[in-house]
Design a protein around this ligand. Structure first.
Ligand code: UD1
Length: 420
């Protein structure tokens, strides 16, 4: 297992290019299961979750040829309808195979994802919607077993909570269902829209993606298509904060600033100078950082996937900020590690009260999940002395070449085999 060793205190400067969004690539890859034919995807990020999803697809019968960020995938037919536990357990998003397998091949067996570090993360809303569309679902031996005779039927689905992967799973299933399905209180994240635009290129009839009501007229089949994955807004935000927290000047390119509005507004409120262009954002630390309150919400609210990174920044701001997590119940595991680096943070229920300190001090810390790892890396970049972040396999799940990209901006960072 590797760890990341940082010598903090260097101003980051220069330009960094953003990769494709992991959370768009995963459902788009899973959607290959919706039909035969060949699709070519570009701007696919080189992250471990994408490799895992490719393995799931290969196991199910697809041929996946990857050349850099370009994936050519052909599905001649499915060899199996079962996504194995060994793959699913390492990545919750494997559950995205459920809707496509069921809708196109009539059956899906997907291991029920277990709990995870940031909360319970049930998939009850995915299952209830698919049942409403005529699927028979049972949980057996830790697997979700779903089947349907003939096509799924259309339905009006009102999600209790705007679930991202739930919306994606049901939207994929509904593209092949018989009739018109309406998803209300749907997730409106840009990754949902990116999936919808890929499906539309393949012949699906979807309107309203990007809003909270999505209408899908089912079609009998989908063909292959070419698609470029949308840039990753969480990676974008992470590098913006890397620039701000080190008092540096970083230009983040090949990104979609319009997908980052809530974060950009908070950074500006905190005193970070931003120059926003069409596909680039320049960040320059201005005067001292000011504390701002942050509350995570579904898109277009402040993303829960940026909460931990924003907390690292607030740990060094002037004043106190209240960070409220409303999406996942236990997404504060990074707080204890930040405290070890000298941060002044108090947790009260789903609020963290962060009182900015003069400086953080480098320490050995342990990553608990993907975005918590990013938070600790950011804190380490700004801290005095050495920070050793262990369990960086979490980072490899979702950040492409993070150490190389940071080094390109002047960070002193190296990857080491973890001492046991
Ligand atoms: C996706 C993202 C993840 C991000 C999250 C919220 C992917 C692969 N992952 O995760 O990075 O942090 O959106 O933006 O895209 N819920 C239920 N029942 C369900 C489904 C969800 O109660 O059936 C609850 C969850 O516990 C959570 C909330 O709904 O409290 C939102 O979760 P959801 O949007 O489903 O997150 P994911 O799709 O798993």
């Amino acid at each position: 297992m590797d760890c990341m060793v940082l010598q903090g205190g260097r101003r980051l400067t220069g330009e960094v290019s953003i990769s494709g969004a992991k959370n768009a690539a995963l459902p788009i890859l899973a959607s290959i299961l919706l039909g035969k034919g060949t699709s070519t995807l570009t701007n696919v990020p080189a992250v471990r979750d994408v490799l895992t999803m490719s393995k799931v697809l290969t196991h199910l019968g697809a041929s996946v040829e990857a050349r850099g960020d370009r994936y050519t995938i052909t599905l001649p037919g499915v060899a199996s309808c079962q996504a194995p536990y060994e793959l699913v357990k390492t990545m919750r998003a494997s559950v995205l195979a459920l809707g496509p397998l069921l809708a196109r091949w009539g059956e899906a067996i997907v291991a029920l994802p277990g709990g995870c570090a940031i909360g319970a993360r049930p998939i009850n809303l995915h299952l209830a919607a698919l049942e409403k569309m005529g699927a028979e679902i049972r949980i057996e031996h830790g697997n979700v077993h779903a089947c349907v005779r003939g096509r799924l039927k259309s339905a009006r689905i009102n999600f209790d909570i705007p679930t991202v992967t739930g919306t994606e799973n049901v939207m994929m299933a509904a593209s092949l269902a018989d009739g018109t399905t309406v998803l209300e209180n749907a997730a409106s994240e840009p990754e949902v829209s990116d999936l919808a635009s890929f499906l539309i290129k393949r012949g699906a009839r979807i309107s309203g993606a990007g809003t909270d009501v999505i209408t899908i007229d089912g079609v009998p089949e989908l063909r292959g298509a070419d698609h470029e994955i949308v840039p990753d807004r969480v990676e974008t935000g992470t590098y913006l904060i890397a620039g701000a927290i080190t008092g540096g000047e970083v230009r983040v390119v090949r990104c979609r600033p319009d997908h980052c509005d809530a974060l950009l507004a908070k950074l500006q409120e905190a005193g970070v100078a931003l120059k926003v262009e069409k596909e680039a954002i320049q960040v320059r630390a201005g005067g001292p950082l000011r504390a701002v309150d942050v509350k995570t919400l579904p898109y277009p609210g402040f993303p829960t996937d940026m909460q931990a990174q924003m907390m690292a920044l607030m740990a060094l701001a002037r004043g106190s900020s209240v960070i409220t997590e409303t999406v996942f119940e236990s997404r504060f595991l990074h707080v204890l590690e930040l405290q070890r680096m000298g941060a002044d943070i108090r947790i009260e229920g789903n609020h963290s009260v962060v009182t900015g300190v003069e400086r953080l001090s480098g320490a050995p810390v342990m990553a608990s999940d993907l975005r918590a790892s990013a938070c600790l890396i950011l804190a380490g970049l700004a801290a005095e002395g050495e920070t050793r972040v262990s369990r960086v396999y979490h980072l490899d799940r979702g950040y492409e070449r993070l150490d190389a990209k940071l080094a390109g901006l002047g960070a002193q960072v190296r990857r080491e085999a973890e001492r046991v």
